[in-house]
Design a protein around this ligand. Structure first.
Ligand code: ATP
Ligand code: MG
Length: 763
């Protein structure tokens, strides 16, 4: 079963020194033989294509460490591209552990967007951008489009700027320019997008701004127009790595191929079954293109899963079997069979949330799982509300990943707009955002006059403001504009000489923003004021971390490139997040909620086989995040479109051919059969799993506890039904509350409530 596929012999075998440095040996020891192959083939193109939990990311991490430890590469010669900043940070930490902090420091590691934003800051002047360009998020881009629309006779009420932005972004993702896009137009809304595409690009350029797609497209433009720049980076980065390759888009693919020209040391890892970003332009075909571009590539398949129980893997296989477009992959594991997977049926989303909360509490108490060990996954962000409410009621700490993140809140964006103006005053989106906030007598009419003047003279809005006396405004308005100009210009002049945090504080004070937030005096305004303080803390923290090299534009860049997926729990909380955000992560206990038709799969995805298969891959991704416990949940009714509506269990459950799932009552799950009994139990207010069956179990446990507790003393060796053998380190608390702190070699230290823990003394 343990096969690996090597299409060519590792050519580097000859360069390997007789005795590897000790560190390199240690790096290889943490890997199985196939993973080791992937690490040792350091030269030439390598494709690692393997299922979830098989150690792809781990292999990549060890490969980079190995390159350094053996001296085959200097750290700055290594480029590693990840899907989120968090993934980059985690990988970096592990590499540091393997080769030391100093050696790891100069590796180029980050998301495509972060790395290429950095390159553009350095080299962008070659294609007409100054180093202080702004990065526009979707919000800024939509604002820009909305403003352009009237000029092109398009009504924003009829065609939403969001849809237009989405269409333009898709075109950019596929590297289709404005002219080519105009030829492809097939609907009225696409026609509108085509009309705005060119002017939108023009407006971005005038604002010295790039949107997210540009961060990938402009480097391509740069490399094509300036071959010397490309050559320089080809020579610098001798070893390229890409994680989650199945979710790269066309532009990312082109960038990787360009950079690898020459040395061809490109190692990509991915899993076609986990491709879930086609809707954002990701192209599964990139895996196939890789094999076409590099027919001599070493292809490595990892088949041992280290993450999940056998039952969880069986379920994953049963899910993906229903997809037609799938590369054949085998997965096996040495892990135990594990706990049954439980199907939870709820009456409503509120009931579902309650059941999730109770299960978390139960596992926390009974098995000693920390809150950070739990993840609750859902298809759409809106589903988090009921879950949040239940957890809050139950006093369980949680954290939401994604949704409206800190940096997308209005007050934070206002402050950031002020700061962005200091480094790039041509940034029109930021300028319009704050020119009259707080109100300073620059009304819509004044703004329009300034914009018209800028257009007429081919200037940026800021340049028009600089010449305000030529615009012909009423005296009061002109004075207000001049005062604003003075405020920004005065602070901008201090950008390099004043510490960033001090400068920010001074600007917010003098702009009147602080007063504005204080004046309102409502609890909401207070919360906003606190958020702004929190932002100032973040700036101060950045200054401490970056030391000498701290700059305002450096800080703004970090913030602009934070993605929703990066705000992850550092502390001990349950994680709530969308299935998309869960990619690459793992948790001991996972809940997948809302398995209902129209929700998961989403209604709009059920029309087309390809869309449906992407939804199914998303289910597959969710299930394979689980290490030990997995719960699948659905509600028989859900509040949608303003009323409580009946819902139908997801086809993803009905199509499963497997015996690994049990109902809440512990009975085997049969497709097509809806278990009404358990839901009646919950209607009476008694949650299903505390029904008669569980009461019986509880009674048995109590007996064991009563018999056993006298023997559980510090130093005793004990066995736990889940964690295996361990040693009691200490006891605390009294009676019902008595807890033991036990060290289990397999899972580490756990604090267990004796009453529930079912510990048995074994020495
Ligand atoms: N050879 C190994 N020995 C011990 N543990 C391993 C080994 N390989 C992988 N693991 C562990 O298995 C888990 C899954 O590994 P990893 O996250 O690298 O998988 P992956 O293939 O990247 O998964 P995904 O497709 O979900 O991103 C991690 O906890 C990792 O440390
Ligand atoms: Mg991974």
């Amino acid at each position: 079963m343990r096969t690996f596929l090597l299409q060519r012999e590792p050519s580097v075998a000859d360069n390997v020194p007789e005795a590897l440095p000790e560190a390199a040996t240690r790096i290889l020891e943490g890997l199985n033989p196939v993973q080791r192959q992937a690490v040792e083939v350091t030269e030439g193109p390598v494709l690692i294509i393997a299922g979830p939990g098989s150690g792809k990311t781990r292999t990549l991490t060890h490969r980079i460490a190995y390159l350094i430890a053996t001296g085959r590469a200097r750290p700055y010669q290594i480029l590693a591209l990840t899907f989120t900043n968090k993934a980059a940070r985690e990988m970096m930490e592990r590499i540091e552990r393997l080769v030391g902090t100093e050696a790891a420091r100069h590796i180029w590691m980050g998301t495509f967007h972060a790395i290429f934003a950095r390159i553009l800051r350095r080299e962008g002047h070659r294609i007409g951008y100054t180093p202080n360009f702004s990065i526009y998020d979707t919000d800024d881009a939509e604002r820009l489009l909305r403003e352009l629309m009237p000029r092109y006779q398009i009504d924003p009420r009829q065609y939403s700027p969001r849809t237009i932005r989405h269409l333009i972004s898709s075109a950019k993702n596929q590297m289709i320019g404005p002219e080519a896009y105009a030829r492809l137009v097939a609907s009225p809304v696409q026609e509108k997008a085509a009309r705005l595409y060119g002017p939108y690009q023009e407006a971005l350029r005038k604002a010295n701004a790039l949107d997210f797609d540009d961060l990938l497209l402009k480097p391509i433009e740069l490399f094509e127009q300036c071959p010397d720049v490309l050559r320089q980076y080809q020579e610098r980065w001798r070893y390229l790595h890409i994680d989650e390759y199945q979710d790269t888009n066309r532009a990312q693919y082109v960038l990787a191929r360009k950079l690898a020209e020459g040395h061809r040391n490109l190692c990509v890892v991915g899993d076609d079954a986990q491709s879930i970003y086609a809707f954002r332009g990701a192209d599964i075909g990139n895996i196939l293109s890789f094999q076409r571009d590099y027919p001599d590539a070493t292809v490595i398949r990892l088949e041992q899963n280290y993450r999940s129980t056998r039952r969880i893997l069986k379920l994953a296989e049963a899910i993906i079997r229903n997809n037609r477009d799938q590369l054949e992959k085998q997965l096996w594991t040495e892990n135990p069979e594990g706990e049954p997977i439980v199907l939870i049926e709820a009456l409503s989303e509120r009931d579902e949330a309650q059941k999730v909360e109770q299960r978390i509490r139960d596992l926390h108490v009974r098995y000693g799982y920390a809150f950070r060990d739990f993840a609750v996954l859902y298809r759409t962000n809106a589903q988090s509300r009921s879950l949040e409410e239940a957890l809050r009621r139950g006093g369980i700490p949680y954290r939401i990943v994604g949704g409206l993140s800190f940096y997308q809140r209005k007050e934070i964006k206002d402050v950031l707009a002020y700061l962005r103006l200091l480094v790039n005053p041509h940034d029109a989106a930021s300028l319009q955002r704050v020119i009259n906030y707080p109100a300073r007598g620059i009304g819509q009419r004044t703004l329009e006059a300034l914009m018209a003047y800028a257009r007429q003279h081919g200037l940026s809005l800021w340049q028009a403001i600089e010449r305000v006396e030529e615009v012909g405004l009423p005296a009061r308005a002109q004075k207000a504009v001049q005062a604003f100009h003075f405020l920004i210009a005065r602070h901008a002049a201090r950008v390099t000489s004043t510490p960033v945090d001090e400068l920010a504080r001074s600007l917010l004070q003098e702009s009147g923003l602080f007063d504005e937030l204080r004046r309102e005096g409502t609890p909401e305004a207070l919360a906003r004021w606190e958020n702004v303080q929190e932002l100032l803390n973040a700036i101060a923290e950045y200054v401490t971390m970056a030391g000498e090299s701290a700059t305002l534009s450096g800080f703004l860049q970090e913030v602009a490139l934070l993605t929703d997926l990066d705000e992850m729990p550092e502390d001990n909380r349950v994680t709530l997040m969308t299935l998309h955000a869960s990619k690459g992560l793992e948790f001991p206990v996972v809940f997948i909620t809302g398995l209902e038709e129209g929700l998961f799969p989403l209604a709009q995805a059920t029309q087309d086989r390809k869309d449906l298969e992407e939804e199914r891959r998303l289910f597959y991704v969710g299930v394979t995040r689980a290490q030990r416990h997995l719960f699948l949940c659905y509600a028989r009714s859900r509040y949608r479109y303003g009323e409580q509506q009946p819902s139908v269990r997801s086809r993803f459950l009905e199509e499963l051919d497997t015996d690994v799932i049990v109902t809440e009552a512990g009975l085997p799950f049969r497709r097509g059969e809806v278990e009404h009994r358990s839901s009646r139990t919950s209607r009476s207010g008694t949650p299903g799993f505390r029904g008669s069956h569980s009461q019986q179990r509880e009674a048995t446990r109590r007996v064991v506890y009563d018999e056993g507790v006298g023997e559980i003393v510090p130093g005793a060796y004990v066995e736990h039904p889940m964690f295996g053998e361990g040693k009691v380190l200490a006891l605390e608390g009294q009676g019902e509350q008595a807890r033991a702190i036990v060290f289990f070699p397999e899972v580490g230290q756990k604090k267990l409530v004796l009453k529930f823990a079912r510990l048995r003394r074994i020495d």
